[in-house]
Design a protein around this ligand. Structure first.
Ligand code: GLN
Length: 468
């Protein structure tokens, strides 16, 4: 058996029975990395020695691939940016500490869009990642490396981050389960910040059960992240034993279905998913999220604004790249940043600085925050009537390299994932089958209220069971 092909549950069971150890698993993961990474490019780096050492230290633990913006002591943390090439993390992020305390360990660093800005991983400054289902296509993004590593069986499971869709959309493109937890459910201490009022870390896995087990290991209060409330973490795995669609009120928001640019095959597969849920006992309820049409505009003010502030720390002095052409303090900043950041990151910094500048702050940032409140209320109102929303993850399956050259077209990929990110609620992406001619995977999205991960996972599992 190739142990890189199994998931978390099977790994845990096999270890418990004494069939294999963490070292055996990580050896197979390393073999998969060596065999496939030249083609897939899921990983930016893989410190084999460190992974083998961690496995030997705790032979009952399970390796997890980590998106290259989450700090692991002694490992690179490039955020797929030239500006952080050569940087080594001085400490473990809280999610890494939590993983280690709960039977997991980090192994390998996955590619991503630079600083998580993008939807295809094409914005990586350090490498190309290919979709394992069609290497002429992108894996999605920004957690494209993590999704490809899971989809290509180059890991057992992976960590991604989601600011506006970066776990769910690549999970949909690469046939994995992805969970974006509610804002505050998982600590971001040690996770390189993109947009601090949106960022969340979450699991990308081979089944809903695997995602539940990993999420339980990650979640909880952290003194180092003030957005994590002191709320107990439910046993997400145990919650799945009662997974059922019977009596689940499933909301269908018309704003997520009558959309220009929606691929016919995606529509067919999502419609089929809805029918399966209904046959399994769900009650379908039509709802409306009337402010959806403003979500993109709001996101592309708030996220760049916060990014422009967060990325100010990359100044050529404290981290990573320093320009060799700099000859005074100012030119250390300007030249290092000009050389280190890619085009999309620069675009966001410029947009973000603009919307925050005096004279424009009220017109853009303050106004966007007000509309964000209306978007959040849309969800609150919908969740007064339904248990969960069902929706597409993305308007299309994985697209070809270069297909979305225009940044605006690329931004539209996140139409179905951005509103729930702005509302801070939780959402999943679950595999829903393949397109007919191109044989590309497509995921369906479930969205639940804030801190309702138990319910979200139960409904996701109940849907997953419909496919087996
Ligand atoms: N694609 C979106 C963006 O570029 C979302 C990215 C993310 O969730 N990190 O901002």
């Amino acid at each position: 058996m190739n142990l890189a092909e199994i998931g978390i549950k099977a790994a845990r069971d096999g270890i418990a029975k004494g069939d294999f150890t963490a070292v055996d698993i990580v050896k197979d993961v390393i073999s998969a990395y060596k065999a496939k990474n030249a083609e897939i490019g899921a990983y930016l780096s893989f410190d084999e020695e460190a992974a083998l050492r961690l496995a030997a230290e705790n032979p009952k633990s399970i390796p997890v691939a980590v998106k290259d913006l989450i700090n692991v002591e002694g490992q690179p943390c490039t955020c797929a940016s030239k500006i952080l090439e050569g940087y080594l993390s001085p400490y473990d992020a809280t999610v890494i500490k939590n993983m280690k305390a709960n039977g997991f360990f980090p192994a390998g660093r996955t590619n991503m869009d630079e600083f998580a800005m993008g939807s295809s991983t094409e914005n990586s400054g350090l490498g190309v990642t290919r979709n394992p289902y069609d290497t002429g296509r992108v894996p999605g993004g920004s957690s494209g490396g993590s999704a490809a590593a899971v989809g290509a069986n180059m890991c057992i499971a992976a960590l991604g981050t989601d600011t506006g869709g970066s776990i769910r959309q690549p999970a949909s493109f690469c046939n994995c389960v992805g969970v974006k937890p509610s804002y505050g459910r998982v600590s971001r201490f040690g996770v390189t910040a993109f947009a601090s009022s949106l960022d969340q870390v979450g699991p990308m896995a081979k089944s809903v059960e695997d995602a539940a087990i990993l999420l339980k290991a990650l979640a909880g209060r952290d003194e180092m992240d003030g957005t994590t409330p002191d709320m107990p973490v439910p046993d997400y795995e145990a919650a799945l034993t009662t997974a059922s669609m019977k009596g689940v009120r499933l909301g269908i928001a018309k704003e997520y279905f009558d959309v220009a640019g929606m691929d016919d095959e995606v529509k067919r597969l999502v419609d089929a998913a809805i029918s399966k849920c209904e046959q399994a006992g769900a009650e379908l309820v039509e709802v409306s999220l009337p402010h959806t049409e403003y979500a993109m505009a709001v996101y592309y003010i708030i996220a760049p604004a916060e990014a422009s502030a967060n990325l100010a720390r990359f100044d050529g002095v404290r981290y990573g790249h320093r320009s060799k052409r700099a000859d005074d303090v100012m030119s250390i900043y300007t030249k290092s940043r000009a050389e280190g950041f890619g085009a999309e990151v620069k675009r966001r910094i410029i947009m973000g600085t603009y919307v925050l500048s005096s004279g424009y702050y009220d017109a853009y940032y303050a106004r966007a925050q007000k509309v964000r409140t209306l978007i959040r209320r849309d969800f609150e109102e919908a969740f007064g009537k339904v248990d969960a929303l069902i929706a597409p993850c993305a308007p299309t399956p994985a697209f070809e390299f270069g297909a979305n050259q225009d940044p605006l077209t690329m931004y539209l990929n996140d139409l179905f994932t951005i509103p729930s990110a702005l509302a801070g609620v939780c959402a999943s992406s679950v595999p829903a089958g393949f397109t007919e001619n191109t044989r590309l995977p497509v995921g369906v999205q479930f969205i639940c209220g804030g801190f309702e991960e138990e319910k979200l996972l139960r409904i996701s599992k109940a849907y997953e069971d419909c496919n087996h």
